[in-house]
Write a protein that binds this ligand. Structure first.
Ligand code: BTN
Length: 238
């Protein structure tokens, strides 16, 4: 079933997520900017937002019922990877909601909850050259740097349609974390968990029904299982 949505294409904004916080609520309203002057990443970081080189898209939705809200990022990540894979079938997901290809970040997702609305912001590196991304704090790439040309407008429409579909799945309790796990090669691997002070190693067992990463530590304190929440830490695959 195709969802209905509306997309506004604008020249420049501070951040497409911030733009959607300022306008009256409209379910499934998307905004795409050619450039952002204050593109935001997760955990207070900036998001590179040069004119015409990336897709900077945000969508606004009504709030999902509480039990499913913590899965919003995972379900939007699955919506996103299902579109990106049409262009690049070796793209994969890194928990909680990044799209990677060949160990480099291609796309990031920022979900924000306001009083009456959920906002999902998606940044896809479309045509940056490798040198333009080399100063970023994580290795990054773009579709063009990986040899794929896309039309940003077409990509925006494909993403909006998929995001509407996955928002519906989420709200009706039909989104299952196993869909995310299918695209996530971290499962079963050893990762480094970086939480500021320490960076212990752990084996990823899976993702639970609330969206937390389930990991197994095995160190001098013995073998034990822990739950990692996306807001706390960054996780690096070894
Ligand atoms: C991340 O840190 O990985 C999340 C990046 C999210 C970037 C997108 S670009 C469109 C939207 N507007 C923003 O300011 N941020 C998101």
């Amino acid at each position: 079933m195709k969802g209905t949505f509306r997309i506004l294409f604008v020249d420049e904004v501070d951040s497409t997520n911030e733009y959607l916080k300022r306008v009256p609520f409209e379910d499934a309203l998307f905004v795409v900017a050619d450039r952002q002057t204050k593109g935001k990443g997760r955990r207070g970081k900036n998001w590179i937002s040069e004119r015409g080189k990336g897709l900077y898209l945000s969508g606004m939705f009504s709030l999902p019922p509480l039990p499913y809200r913590s899965l919003a990022g995972l379900s939007f990540a699955v919506a996103t990877i299902s579109v990106i894979r049409r262009y690049m079938n070796k793209a994969y997901l890194k928990w909680p909601n990044d799209v990677y290809v060949n160990g480099k970040k291609l796309c990031g997702i920022l979900v924000e909850v306001l009083r009456d609305r959920l906002i999902v912001g998606i940044g896809v590196n479309v045509s940056y050259g490798r040198d333009e991304l080399s100063h970023l704090d994580v290795p990054a790439t773009s579709l063009l740097a990986e040899g794929v040309k896309v039309d940003r407008r077409v990509l925006a429409e494909e993403l909006a349609e998929r995001l509407v579909l996955y928002k519906r799945k989420l709200c009706t309790g039909n989104f299952c974390v196993s869909e995310f796990e299918k695209f996530c090669p971290m499962i079963g691997k050893t990762v480094k968990i970086i939480d500021g002070k320490k960076s212990p190693l752990a084996r990823v067992l899976g993702i639970d029904r609330e969206g937390a990463l389930i990991v197994e530590f095995d160190d001098e304190e013995g073998r034990r299982v822990g739950r990692i929440f996306s807001a706390d830490v960054s996780v690096r695959i070894l």
